[in-house]
Design a protein around this ligand. Structure first.
Ligand SMILES: [Zn+2]
Length: 375
């Protein structure tokens, strides 16, 4: 983003405005507010080193996959006390990543990134090694430290969605970024090091292996049948009905028939969409309601807050085919109160998954939990 101190807010449509600013070490920060926006004139008073660490991509020759090697991340902020949370707004002398005294939704470049744009300037001549080029951003959903995405209002979740869409558009425009991955890790059990409600966005210089594999499967299916794998999967789930959690005007959500995780949900638009920016007004509106209900159902299903991962899958930046589909997946590794699903030998070493809960049971439990939270 181009960020000039004092630049006026930019109207994004959908009732959202973005104000671009710069942090003390040159990193970009963008405030997303409901229109007409706020002045956002606070200055970052911290003294920060401005040299982003260079990271590496190394190709694993046995699997032909890129691994990001980012040794400096060992030093990143780890479970600070609430009074030292770097994602809270700045209060008095408690200087944080967000100079303003309050915010709605804010996005900034990660201080401990796995990949940086600066990497492109440095040469590496070692075989099977590339610069750790890319971009890592943090998305704070609310200034309320004790809140959660599932506790937000529909209006605030809509603003988060507008921020995701805007960031996807901006990161997609950076030469060298091939895939924009929007995700949220929630809960200590997932490995979250900051409890403040936030998600992340990675701009990868490659298509991630899992999305590449889904694209291969869709391509092979289309060649064989002449139809879309995604369309046929969605139609089969709706025809079966046993795992469907949401069957709305514009969205469908279901526990996939071959779910890997104890509680796992996939959310698709009825229209075949490839990227976040293609969501129309009705789809954005219905999403906010549907997703809040599903997040609340997930927390209610075992009567304990659930650790989860939520991830948007979409087409690579430069794809000109129909082998990708926009969808959101949400899954938890908790299988019972006090019990987690660990990725042990079969999953971690062989990539052969064993799910301890039948997807039909999980769907039934999530539907009942959804009725409780809606009622
Ligand atoms: Zn905080």
């Amino acid at each position: 983003m181009s960020a000039t101190t004092g630049a006026p807010p930019i109207d994004l449509g959908g009732g959202a405005v973005r104000t671009d600013r710069v942090l003390a070490d040159g990193r970009a920060i963008a405030y997303y507010d409901h229109g007409p926006g706020r002045p956002r004139e606070a200055v970052d008073r911290r003294v920060l080193d401005d040299a982003p660490t260079i990271t590496e991509l190394r190709r694993d020759p046995l699997l032909d996959e890129w691994i990001v090697v980012a040794g400096h991340r060992q030093a990143r902020t780890f479970h600070p006390p609430t009074s030292e949370c770097p994602l809270c707004p700045t209060h008095g002398d408690q200087l944080t990543e967000v100079p303003e005294a309050d915010y709605e939704v804010v996005v900034f470049q990660n201080r401990f990134p796995s990949m940086t744009q600066a990497a492109a300037k440095h040469g590496i001549s070692v075989p099977d090694t590339r610069h750790g080029f890319g971009r890592c951003e943090v998305v704070c959903f609310t200034s309320d430290h004790a809140s959660a995405l599932s506790s937000l209002t529909r209006d605030r979740l809509r603003l988060v969605l507008e921020a995701w869409i805007d960031r996807d558009r901006i990161l997609s425009g950076i030469p060298g970024i091939e895939y924009v991955f929007v995700f949220e890790n929630r809960g200590l059990e997932i490995g979250v090091t900051l409890s403040h409600p936030h998600g992340q966005i990675y701009g990868y210089p490659f298509v991630p292996p899992r999305d590449e594999q889904m694209r291969r499967a869709a391509r092979a299916y289309r060649k064989q049948t002449g139809t879309s794998l995604y369309d046929d999967v969605i139609a089969a789930e709706l025809a079966d009905g046993g795992r469907v959690l949401h069957n709305g005007d514009d969205w469908v959500a279901f526990v996939p028939r071959a779910a890997r995780w104890p509680f796992e949900v996939q959310m698709f638009t009825r229209r075949p969409l490839f990227r976040l920016a293609e969501l129309n007004e009705a789809e954005r509106r219905e999403f906010s309601t549907m997703y809040l209900t599903l997040l609340r159902a997930l927390d209610a299903v075992l009567d304990v807050p659930m650790p989860y991962i939520a991830a948007w899958h979409q087409a690579p930046v430069r794809a000109d085919d129909e082998d990708s589909r926009l969808f959101l997946e949400l899954f938890s590794l908790r299988r019972a109160p006090g019990k987690l699903k660990y990725l042990a030998g079969s999953e971690s070493a062989a990539w052969a998954w064993i799910n301890d809960i039948s997807p039909e049971q999980a769907a039934q439990a999530l539907r009942e939990a959804g009725r409780r939270v809606d009622g």
